[in-house]
Design a protein around this ligand. Structure first.
Ligand SMILES: O=C(O)c1ccccc1NCC(=O)[C@H](O)[C@H](O)COP(=O)(O)O
Length: 276
């Protein structure tokens, strides 16, 4: 790809990222009208306690957060005709530590109700993977049955990041705070994020590069838990990250496009012989 082509691609991708933001904003404004915050807060309070997301990841040599992701802006359709609960059950049976669920419909083919359905099917903690840009969505995540939420630093101001982190904590939700470069990492650390996800995917041009994790990991204080996200394709990729001290991996596309999802997960975990 020459420079002009790469610039063109980046501009096209930025516009998708902006579109995601606009669609979310409009969606939330609409939802707030049909479900006022006070009502939502009551519904969120009535939920059973959250499962321990961080606890599920710690103490393992290799913990995979396996993602239920049917399509993506970068790759289009990843998998059709599979029940999300069946996918989650395969993940649990084959050694996943937690499940990540895309709840965005227009760009990722997800649904909010998947959270509850999956949580009732498996015993693992469930991460809501969406674009959180309003505190309303933090309450909504709790109401929908999430045990953890994703906060993307690049989409939030410092004030929002702190507010949503505090709110998540108050509601019993864990927060995976996602960064892609040094500046975002510094902001996440300053905001006191306990679980930091390094996204190997550049959300402006969608290029994935595992070196992103290798470059950032040494700047993360030792008291924070690190997850590497996106672009992990093989056991070799996992081992490369493990040599840098990474023990937790968020993996979507590689699992969702595998002919045998359970086998692929076992291979990534280095347990090819496990019973499916
Ligand atoms: O996956 C995309 O194309 C994408 C595009 C724009 C914003 C976010 C995107 N993905 C969300 C994720 O963070 C991934 O689903 C997750 O890290 C897993 O990545 P992968 O294993 O590469 O599917």
């Amino acid at each position: 790809m020459n420079l002009a082509e790469s610039k063109k691609r980046e501009n096209r991708m930025i516009s998708i990222f902006e579109q995601i933001f606009e669609v979310k904003r409009a969606d939330i404004d609409q939802l707030k009208k049909s479900l006022p915050l006070d009502e939502l807060k009551k519904m969120a309070q009535d939920r059973p306690p959250c499962r321990d997301f961080k606890g599920a990841l710690t103490g393992r040599e290799c913990a995979v957060i396996a993602e239920v992701k049917f399509r993506s802006p970068s790759k289009g359709l990843l998998r059709a005709g599979l029940d999300p609960a069946v996918v989650a059950e395969i993940y649990e049976r084959n050694g996943a530590a937690a499940i990540s669920v895309l709840t965005d419909r227009p760009f990722f083919g997800g649904e909010k109700f998947y959270l509850n359905v999956i949580r009732r099917t498996v015993g693992l903690p469930v991460l809501r993977k969406d674009f959180i840009i309003d505190s309303w969505q933090v309450y909504e995540s709790r109401m929908l049955g999430a045990d953890a939420i994703l906060l993307i630093v690049g989409m939030l101001e410092d004030r929002q990041l702190r507010e949503y982190l505090d709110l998540a904590g108050t509601l019993g939700l864990a927060a995976l705070v996602e960064v892609h470069d040094h500046e975002e990492l510094e902001r996440a650390v300053r905001a006191n994020a306990g679980i930091i996800g390094i996204n190997n995917r550049n959300l402006k041009n969608f290029i994935t590069d595992l070196n992103t994790t290798l470059e950032l990991v040494s700047s993360i204080p030792g008291d924070r838990f690190v997850v590497t996200e996106s672009g992990i394709r093989s056991r070799e990729d996992v081992q490369r990250m493990m040599s840098a001290g990474i023990t937790a991996f968020l993996i979507g596309e590689t699992l969702m496009t595998a002919p045998d999802i359970g086998l692929k997960l076992r291979q990534l975990l280095g347990k090819e012989d496990a019973v499916s």
